[in-house]
Design a binder for this molecule. Structure first.
Ligand SMILES: [Zn+2]
Length: 220
């Protein structure tokens, strides 16, 4: 069973829960080592359940299976991420593996300085994902403190944990997986009537390809 891992390598919380724009929520902001855009990895193997592009490119990731919380609770978990500037690679239904880099820090939605806003929710995703609290902020349903949801990896670089007590995994078994590199498809125009070979098939099977609008594919 997976233990949800803290989704950034450099743990530097710049705004804790229950303060400022995080009042009446368990939201945190993580700004990483410096002001650069840092990668955010999936805390567990999960599926994107909702994307909200009108504000801060919020993405809700639900665990595919129950996970082990640091206090021993076994339940599903849903995590809300915000501020990635470009989520054109994400879609509802996309599955990501635990440790896979799938999101980035950013400033989308009037954020000051590159960071990732993170909110944990206990249980499966519940429509519409968030509710307006008494301060007028939208917060994840069934919000729970981050230190009661995430485990730190042994090599998590703790710069500022804001005084929150996280538990650390005993081993570093969760590897961080770089996103799969896209196939290098030649973009040159075909100059003859000869079909352009873009992929040499070595094994008989059923293949799926992702095509953008107006893209063409030739098979030989
Ligand atoms: Zn925030």
């Amino acid at each position: 069973m997976e233990k949800p891992i803290y989704p950034l390598k450099n743990l530097r919380i710049t705004q804790g829960y229950q303060e400022g724009t995080h009042r009446n929520s368990y939201a945190i902001d993580n700004a990483g080592l410096n002001n650069e855009i840092e990668d955010v990895y999936a805390p567990f193997s999960g599926t994107i359940k909702k994307i909200y592009e009108e504000d801060a490119n919020e993405v809700w990731l639900e665990s595919n299976n129950p996970v082990e919380y640091p206090d021993g609770t076994i339940d599903y978990m849903t995590v809300l991420f915000a501020h990635d500037n470009d989520i054109s690679d994400l879609y509802v239904g996309k599955k990501v593996a635990q440790g896979e880099i799938f999101y980035q820090e950013g400033t989308k939605g009037n954020a000051i300085g590159n960071h990732c806003h993170i909110e944990c929710g206990k249980g499966k995703f519940i429509e519409p994902g968030w509710i307006k609290n008494e301060n007028g902020y939208y917060v994840i349903i069934n919000g729970k403190k981050p230190e009661e949801c995430f485990w730190l990896k042994k090599d998590t670089n703790i710069i500022d944990d804001y005084g929150y007590t996280f538990q650390t995994l005993e081993d570093n078994s969760v590897e961080i997986l770089e996103p799969e590199k896209e196939e290098n498809i030649t973009e040159q125009e075909s100059t003859s009537d000869e079909p352009l070979l873009i992929y040499s098939c070595t094994k008989t099977g059923l293949y799926g390809i992702y095509l953008k609008e107006n893209e063409q594919v030739f098979l030989k």
